[in-house]
Design a protein around this ligand. Structure first.
Ligand code: RIB
Ligand code: CA
Length: 302
């Protein structure tokens, strides 16, 4: 069966959001009903999503701009608010380039209407801060009975260095929103950073995307250059893959608590419980996933 999905993204900073959208569009198991943007310069992120969808010939998919600011704006990363920065991949946006118009209503309203008007259960795949999703749940509490989430975010084991812990970016960008979502009762699969870190592309794989020469792979290559990072890690594409093939990962039911205060602000603490709130991925068959990803990225759009 084809899954109806909504992708909620902070496309523009890390390169994996663009790859996640591309991977979803080239996956016949998925019907992408909407794309929504979140965190920081959301209008620019919306333009990037519109450009990517246009390049894939999918101007029919609505793209709506969401919430730019976290529930409580606090400093993050050397006392700067990261969301003030223009996404680096905006270098691919050409002035006066004709792009489809963004959806005329707010992302929160597009997510709610898409879920509530659908006959099927909709899977929402949030791959940025959880601000839009928390706002949806506050505005339409029945959403938790009609949708499920496959979240790229958090971590349940140390992903940084054995002796140093760090909060994962998407949760750290809006811990209050994450807490609302995890405490809401909506079915959640959590694809955390400790698992996604195992899914990196080799230089040869990045090179084969560069050499492929399709309009889609050329755009992805320009976006990768704008991003400027050295290692492409498939955080967000793994969440997309898990939405239609959970057998790619090993997972366990856990009670996940989001820490909102003190030095551990943004950490996700997972414990065994009789009342779990999430199915937490703990391992991945990275070879199978990366090879599936590469095949789909290199093919012409459907
Ligand atoms: O921590 C990884 C996450 O942060 C990914 O979603 C990446 O795109 C960035 O948003
Ligand atoms: Ca992301």
């Amino acid at each position: 069966m084809v899954e109806d999905v909504i992708i909620d993204t902070d496309i523009g900073d890390d390169i994996d959001d663009a790859f996640a959208l591309a991977f979803a569009l080239n996956s016949s198991e998925l019907n992408v009903k909407a794309v929504t943007t979140v965190f920081g310069k959301v209008e620019v992120r919306t333009k990037l999503a519109l450009k990517l969808l246009k390049t894939f010939g999918r101007e029919d998919i609505p793209v709506a701009t969401g919430v730019g600011k976290p529930f409580f704006e606090r400093t993050y990363r050397r006392e700067r608010y990261l969301g003030n920065e223009v996404p680096r991949q905006a270098v691919v946006l050409v002035e006066d380039e004709p792009l489809p118009k963004p959806y005329p209503k707010h992302a929160v309203d597009l997510i709610i209407s898409t879920v509530m008007d659908s006959r099927n259960e909709v899977t929402i795949i949030p791959v940025g801060a959880l601000t839009n999703i928390a706002a949806c749940i506050i505005k339409e509490p029945k959403l938790v009975e009609r949708a499920k989430l496959v979240i790229m975010g958090g971590a349940v084991s140390n992903w940084f260095r054995p002796t140093v812990s760090r909060a994962e970016h998407n949760i750290r960008c809006d811990p209050e929103a994450a807490r609302i979502v995890f405490e809401s009762g909506i079915p959640i699969t959590m694809v955390g950073l400790d698992v996604t870190m195992k899914c990196a592309l080799s230089e040869e794989q990045v090179d084969s995307i560069r050499k492929r020469g399709l309009a889609t792979t050329t755009l992805l290559t320009y976006m990768t250059a704008g991003w400027g990072g050295s290692r492409v890690i498939l955080h967000d594409p793994l969440a997309v893959a898990v939405s239609f093939d959970p057998t790619l990962t090993k997972s366990q039911p856990r009670l996940v608590n989001v820490v909102t205060t003190g030095k551990a602000r943004g950490f996700t603490l997972a414990s065994e419980s009789d009342t779990p709130n999430a199915q937490v991925c703990i391992d991945v068959d990275s070879d199978r996933f990366v090879s599936m990803f590469m095949k789909r990225i290199l093919k012409s759009p459907n």
